[in-house]
Design a protein around this ligand. Structure first.
Ligand SMILES: *Cc1c(COP(=O)(O)O)cnc(C)c1O
Length: 396
């Protein structure tokens, strides 16, 4: 079909031309004498995206999953207890990884559509007088259900109880799109990937690690090799890597950090919030429900839309792809067939959101879901023009 393909999945996201061009370079010598002049400022500037001055950033060839593994393998010992909660496919897979590493995981089952249960985390941590729990896991943005959790709230609980557990955050679909504060929230390992908020191809696990987590690693005994933080620290200090880095992606990452910094992180977060509001207004106007069960959980990077009873969400997804070249996110695991997901993060503006919503309307009509055509796109236009006006007034 002529025209652009629409990519409205929550990762990989749309890649800016500027990033593509930054990566259109000859392969380079990663042991060249001038390589550190490129990498050392890259590490320093990347820290700003995590909103940290004290954290240490690491860039591994890999994906978000590798970032999860690095957090666990570098800081914990076999048999250690980890507190986690499961409310979607990604929080589930992180728990699975911990179990495969021989950890004892207290995984609290939460209804899909809600997020980290602060009250239950508090109860578990309060009861843990011997401090058996070594790490607490938080999936900041559950991409499978479109649910954002309160990381600062978990920090507050740990501080209130003076519990020394490490705080690990999966920020793969939030960091660089939704506010994330490494230092202020006392996060010990934050995990991101290249193909979501960073607007790059898949291929990098980007993590940020606190001094406390690096200290814990000195006595922790889980085996680690590829993801060893200490090997990275040694080589990175000189501007090099312990093995071949994905240098082409690092060139793209340079452009990504520049773009995020030029726009300004607060503006990046505000843009995501405003565009997400348009998607939510559309879902409301269609008379449909979101998987996220209330505003406290609404995600500014992805919305999972529940199809009415009697419909299969996969039919909407297939129709959108086959007839309109629009990719929507599928329902994963428990919500398969029940939801389709609209990704709204990364390099995105008003008309790209309207294009996705228009495509959803076409596909939903084709499969026979009842709603007023144009109701969702109309509500989105109203939301965008009102919130755009408010932004213009605020800027004056
Ligand atoms: C995409 C994603 C992951 C997995 O990342 P990969 O890059 O696919 O390994 C983990 N957690 C969340 C929240 C994600 O959105």
């Amino acid at each position: 079909m002529p025209g652009f393909k629409g990519l409205a999945v929550p990762g990989p996201t749309n890649m800016p031309f500027r990033i593509r061009q930054a990566m259109d370079v000859a392969l380079e010598d990663h042991r060249a004498p001038d390589f550190p002049a490129f990498t050392l400022p890259l590490f320093a500037d990347l820290k700003r995206i995590f909103q940290t001055t004290t954290g240490q950033v690491f860039i591994f060839p890999g994906s978000g999953t590798g970032g999860w593994e690095s957090a666990i393998a570098n800081t914990l010992s076999p048999g250690d207890t980890v507190l986690a909660s499961v409310f979607g496919q990604f929080s589930l897979l992180w728990v699975d990884l911990c179990q495969r590493f021989g950890l004892k995981v207290d995984a609290i089952d939460v209804e899909w559509g809600k997020g980290v249960p602060l009250d239950l985390y508090r109860a578990r941590l309060e009861a843990d007088k011997t401090h058996a729990i070594k790490a607490v896991l938080v999936t900041q943005n559950e991409t499978a259900t479109g649910v954002t959790s309160n990381v600062a709230g978990v920090r507050r609980i740990l501080d209130d109880l003076k519990h020394p557990a490490l705080l690990f955050v999966d920020g793969v679909s939030s960091i660089a799109s939704i506010d994330f504060r490494m230092d202020e929230w006392g996060v010990d390992v934050a995990v991101a990937g290249s193909q979501k908020g960073f607007m790059l191809p898949t291929g990098l696990a980007i993590v940020c690690v606190s001094e406390k987590a690096l200290q814990a690693g000195k006595t922790a005994t889980l085996p680690r090799c590829f993801f060893d933080y200490q090997d990275m620290i040694k080589a990175n200090a000189q501007g090099y890597f312990p093995y071949t880095p994905a240098a082409t992606l690092l060139r793209g990452l340079r452009a990504s950090i520049d773009m995020l910094t030029e726009e300004g992180l607060p503006n990046v977060f505000a843009r995501h919030h405003r565009l997400a509001g348009a998607v939510r207004a559309a879902v409301d106007a269609w008379g449909l429900r979101m998987c996220a069960q209330g505003p406290e959980w609404f995600s500014d990077t992805v919305t999972a839309v529940v199809v009415p009873d009697g419909f299969d969400a996969n039919d909407v997804i297939k129709t959108a792809y086959n007839r309109y070249d629009l990719s929507l996110g599928t329902g994963l695991n428990k919500v398969a067939g029940k939801v389709f997901r609209i990704g709204h993060l990364g390099w995105l503006n008003e008309i790209m959101v309207l294009q996705a919503l228009g495509g959803v309307e076409l596909a939903m009509r084709d499969v026979g879901i009842k709603f007023e055509p144009g109701s969702g796109t109309g509500a989105a236009v109203r939301h965008l023009s009102q919130s755009g006006e408010a932004m213009r007034i605020a800027a004056e």
